[in-house]
Write a protein that binds this ligand. Structure first.
Ligand code: ADP
Ligand code: MG
Length: 244
């Protein structure tokens, strides 16, 4: 069974100025364990697709099954529960709460999931360790670099052990070196079994995915597999260069 099975998914936004067909009869299967890049120009429907996959929005027509569950049949509560269990989100702008330290930010999804305080702390520290930020647990977002903030956001996305990570332009606000580090982290998580869907407009980022789906005007125009670059190679080359 595919992790994600999308059939003829259409999303139309009704505006005073008229209707916008953001997604136009899209069909797509994503299997457990994939690392897939979604590419396409601005306005081509990438974020609309991510919102639907992430159960943050409902399609106008069409069917979406997440791990066999017909998402359109779920109530708002059922949707939220499925989302909490299966999905972690990462965004371009990190979306961290500025008044909370890294630990507090990572604990947040567990507050909603009703996990007790001690267990929350344990799991949040473990998640921060997993992204290499154990030493920064008590720093606030403003006291962290962009790459570190994105790592905190990734730790937050991972803390309920989701099977699917949805990342919408996660390297869009980062310089290219930091972007490579974040890509290396996504690849590592993917090797550990997390399915990753990565929206990007950057071809260099997409080279790190095994599969690349391209959108134009709300439709899939290309779906190809490739031998991905290993981000660790670039990281190691940089470390070797710095040591010379
Ligand atoms: P992308 O992420 O590829 O840039 P989007 O999915 O954000 O594209 O947008 C696809 C189309 O839908 C665009 O024409 C955009 O203007 C429109 N759109 C996106 N979100 C909304 C919304 N909430 N209301 C109205 N139109 C929207
Ligand atoms: Mg977008």
């Amino acid at each position: 069974m595919a992790l994600i099975a999308i059939r003829d998914l259409t999303r139309i936004y009704e505006l005073d100025a008229g209707r916008v067909v953001a997604l136009d009869r899209v069909s797509l299967d994503i299997e457990d364990g994939e690392l897939i890049a979604v590419m396409g120009p601005s306005g081509s429907g990438k974020s609309t697709l991510m919102n639907l996959i992430g159960c943050l929005d409902r399609p106008t027509t069409g069917a979406y099954r997440l791990r066999g569950v017909a998402v359109e049949t779920l109530s708002a509560n059922g949707l939220a529960a499925l989302r909490n269990r299966e999905i972690g989100f990462v965004f371009q702008q990190f979306n961290l709460l500025p008044r909370m330290d890294a630990l507090g930010n990572v604990e947040l999804p567990m507050v909603y999931a009703g996990i007790d305080r001690r267990r929350r702390r344990e799991k949040a520290l473990a998640a921060l360790g997993r992204v290499g930020l154990a030493e920064r647990a008590h720093h606030r977002p403003m006291q962290l670099s962009g790459g570190q903030q994105q790592r905190v956001a990734i730790a937050r996305a991972l803390v309920n052990a989701p099977s699917l990570l949805l990342a919408d332009e996660p390297t869009g606000a980062l310089d290219s070196r930091t972007a490579i580090d974040i890509l290396a982290l996504f690849q590592e998580l993917n090797r550990e079994g997390v399915t990753v869907v990565l929206v990007t407009h950057d071809a260099d980022v997409a080279r790190h995915a095994r599969r690349v789906v391209r959108f134009r005007d709300g439709r899939i125009v290309d779906d190809l597999r490739q031998a991905p670059l290993d981000a660790r190679d670039a990281v190691h080359a940089r470390i070797a260069e710095a040591a010379e």
